[in-house]
Design a protein around this ligand. Structure first.
Ligand code: FAD
Length: 300
């Protein structure tokens, strides 16, 4: 019930639009690394000093106007320039709907091509985040098309989808982030029970660790992390074949601990004015995050 409530809030267009004018509110500043590039780069530098790399998300999704998609593209191009200029250890995560996938496939493809090309010049990796099921196949099509020209792209496999077993095989030669899945999906497309999802999640991670190019294990779940630690040891998976990822502001001590233990660790660093949908999805995943929020709100 709480999950549905926050997912519904995350998709509310009026609130999404309004929040862009508010600045970071409701405690979002604990999980969003600022509203501009300078603030974000400072946060990335702090992480790098701790031995942690970053994947940078210029927040935004479900864009329906060309002007907005072009602005998003320009901002991401600026982030690429900033990564190069500041020589930070970071790459980009983006969402195809932010670059116009709901406007037209071709328009989105051209925006993405420009971004991937600019990043390619500087050897910067671009991750295509995966959104809801309605955008899954168009996003894979974009990746298929662009990977004919560029090898600096990868994507996400969401374990709750029944079809993820096929997709992980199809995309085994890509650098993949593997997640449980964050959106509300119908039961004919996606598993609904936590234990089924967790089981499939481990299966996909193990497959990609053994057969894939590079695996980003993106989770805050210590059971999964402990399982992976044992699995890589037992199967002699070299440390340059995988990394752990967590979201900015979550389980900070564990992030640091994993980096100190010598594992590659990458923090997902969201920034920008369009923080609202992202923030509500985090509350949907784990209502306990509200504690984090109330601390921020009342400590003012
Ligand atoms: P959960 O199943 O939420 O939690 C399992 C257990 O871990 C909990 O019961 C608790 O014991 C512990 N735990 C979890 N969080 C905490 C915490 N904050 N503090 C203390 N204990 C905790 N989803 C997509 O659909 N598409 C994407 O592109 C995408 N990209 C992502 C990128 C990153 C870096 C990460 C971390 C997640 C991403 N997700 C994405 C979200 C993902 O699909 C899950 O919804 C989200 O990560 C919650 O699942 P979990 O694996 O972290 O653990």
């Amino acid at each position: 019930m709480t999950k549905d409530f926050f997912i519904a809030l995350s998709q509310n267009k009026l609130l999404n639009k309004g929040a862009k004018r508010w600045g970071l509110k409701l405690g979002a500043q604990s999980v969003v690394a600022g509203t501009n590039i300078d603030e974000m780069i400072n946060s990335v530098k702090d992480l790098n000093q701790l031995g942690i790399s970053a994947t940078i998300d210029n927040l935004g999704e479900f864009v329906f106007e060309e002007k907005e998609a072009i602005e998003a593209k320009e901002q991401i191009l600026e982030v690429i320039e900033a990564i190069h200029k500041e020589q930070v250890d970071a790459h980009i995560s983006l969402k195809p709907t932010q670059l116009g996938l709901d406007i037209s496939y071709q328009f989105c493809l051209e925006n993405l091509r420009e971004i991937v090309h600019a990043a390619y010049q500087y050897d910067i990796f671009i991750n295509f985040d995966m959104e809801d099921y309605g955008h899954l196949h168009p996003s894979f099509d974009l990746i298929d098309e662009l990977s004919k020209e560029y090898d600096n792209i990868g994507t996400v496999i969401q374990a709750y989808f029944f079809e993820s077993d096929e997709n992980i095989k199809k995309y085994k030669d890509f650098r993949l982030r593997i997640v449980k899945g964050a959106y509300k999906e119908p039961d004919h497309l996606a598993m609904q029970g936590k234990s089924d999802i967790d089981k499939n999640y481990l299966k996909l991670i193990e497959y990609h660790l053994l057969h894939g190019k590079f695996t980003s294990i993106a989770t805050h779940d210590h059971h999964v992390i402990n399982h992976v630690k044992k699995f890589v040891k037992q199967n002699n998976i070299p440390s340059n074949k995988f990394e752990f990822q967590m979201l900015y502001g979550f389980r900070k001590e564990m992030q640091l601990e994993l980096a100190k233990e010598g594992f590659n660790f990458c923090t997902y660093v969201p920034f920008g004015h369009d923080w609202y949908g992202y923030f509500m999805r985090r509350l949907a995943e784990r209502p306990q995050n509200l504690q984090l929020v109330s601390k921020q709100v009342f400590n003012k």
